[in-house]
Design a protein around this ligand. Structure first.
Ligand code: SF4
Length: 421
């Protein structure tokens, strides 16, 4: 065993949430979304919640569940496509036809024209995006309807509409002498379909963590300032890298009048940052980076831009899940990577690249606790339903919402340089 192996295996392995140590069905019914969840997150009542896993499936052995999944997948053949997000647990990802980030996966499903059903093993907003982009005859299933995203829930439609009214009252709705609107709404992919539609209706656009700077440039060609939601960290990290001062990026707290700002601050603002964050990525710290460097001289530290700004500044690099994956694929035997993103993805990268050392910066095991709700039991139950002629836990975005959301998604695609779409 090398010194690197010793350091890794002796790292503490507690979990960030005691609920995660419970059985999957108990965890499934726990009321919150894990540490850092917004106060508004409410899991529906376990008795009345639609789509809850029947007791018979809760009692099945792991072997039986996996056998059912394998058999049903085989029986459905090309009529089914299963998508697995990078952060999904391995017991589920092993059945995925495609593994990727949310936008890659929604597009990947379109390459399977015979697939009548898209089963999205991710979280709610991802399944919504897949439904928006899917062909009309395709249907999208989210195996567990309780798999939400605490960050996406931090910006709800009413709060954003109310903020927009305040801003229109303050700025007016007339363009300046250069034809730029007072404010352009930009939503991160990690948001509800309703907010993507809001952006579509108000001259706004969607961004991913891969293209946020290109999208902000697009927005500044058309607007004097940007309202960026729901992730404050992606907004701040991206705008700072573009040379925008922190004093021109006030936070918009939807619980406070004018978002907690003065009119003067709002008039000087370039980017208004919504008060949202990812409970997984906000756990990474500068201390963890310093510890990784002390334990592994020469380590390459890469973090996701949903991490807080001091962490992104202290890292060697920052980039999306796809950036992180490609950086590791470009590594050499013996390289050591410390990664600031979700633990399932980091562990999978290490398993795929045993010739390198790849570890998560956070020594405490902290999966995305909502994605964790897609247990093999839910996958087996929803797939069995298809064989029995019953569509369980379908995600349907209303046509008018989907139409407006698609406008904002298409603006994003049009804004990207050729070859990156
Ligand atoms: S990792 Fe964070 S942003 Fe991504 S789905 Fe989980 S809670 Fe949402």
């Amino acid at each position: 065993m090398t010194s690197v192996d010793v350091a890794i295996t002796t790292r503490p392995s507690a979990t960030c949430d005691a609920d995660l140590a419970k059985g999957p069905w108990e965890f499934d019914l726990s009321p919150g979304y894990g540490p850092g969840a917004s106060e508004d997150d409410v899991i529906p009542d376990p008795v009345t919640r639609p789509g809850q896993l029947p007791t018979a499936y809760q009692r099945m052995s792991e072997d039986e569940l996996h056998e059912r999944i394998r058999n049903t997948k085989k029986a459905l053949g090309d009529k089914l496509v299963i998508l697995g997000h990078f952060y999904q647990r391995d017991e589920v990802v092993q059945y995925a036809d495609f593994v990727g980030d949310s936008f890659q996966l929604a597009n990947a499903a379109l390459t399977k024209p015979d697939a009548e059903t898209i089963v999205f093993c991710g979280v709610h907003f991802m399944a919504e995006t897949a439904d928006i982009l899917a062909r009309p005859e395709q249907r999208v299933i989210l195996p567990n309807l309780a798999a939400g995203c605490s960050m996406a829930d931090m910006a709800d439609e009413d709060s954003v509409e109310s903020a927009w009214e305040d801003l229109m009252e303050l700025y007016g709705d007339e363009p300046d002498a250069d034809g730029r609107q007072p404010v352009i709404p930009v939503t991160y992919m990690n948001s509800s379909a309703a907010l993507k539609a809001f952006c579509g209706r108000h001259g706004g656009i969607v961004c991913t963590s891969s293209n946020a700077s290109t999208v902000l440039e697009w927005a500044f060609e058309r607007g004097q300032r940007v309202l960026f939601f729901p992730d404050q960290h992606l907004g701040r990290n991206t705008a700072k890298a573009m040379g925008i001062g922190l004093d021109q990026m006030p936070m918009w707290n939807p619980r406070k009048p004018l978002g907690g700002n003065t009119e003067e601050v709002l008039r000087d603002a370039k980017v208004l940052l919504w008060h949202g964050f990812c409970s997984v990525h906000k756990r990474f710290t500068v201390d963890q980076i310093e510890q990784a460097r002390a334990e592994h001289p020469g380590v390459r530290v890469i973090v996701h831009p949903e991490c807080p700004m001091p962490v992104v500044d202290a890292a060697d690099e920052s980039g999306s899940t796809d950036y992180i994956r490609k950086a590791i694929e470009g590594g050499r035997p013996g390289d050591v990577f410390a990664i600031g993103t979700e633990i399932n993805m980091v562990n999978r990268l290490q398993a795929e690249h045993p010739e390198m050392t790849i570890f998560c910066l956070d020594p405490v095991i902290c999966p995305c606790s909502t994605m964790y709700r897609i247990h093999p039991g839910y996958l087996a139950w929803t797939l069995d339903g298809l064989l029995e002629g019953e569509v369980r836990n379908q995600i349907v975005v209303a046509d008018d919402v989907a139409t407006d959301a698609k406008v904002a998604l298409e603006r994003m695609l049009a804004a990207l340089p050729a070859g990156t779409k």
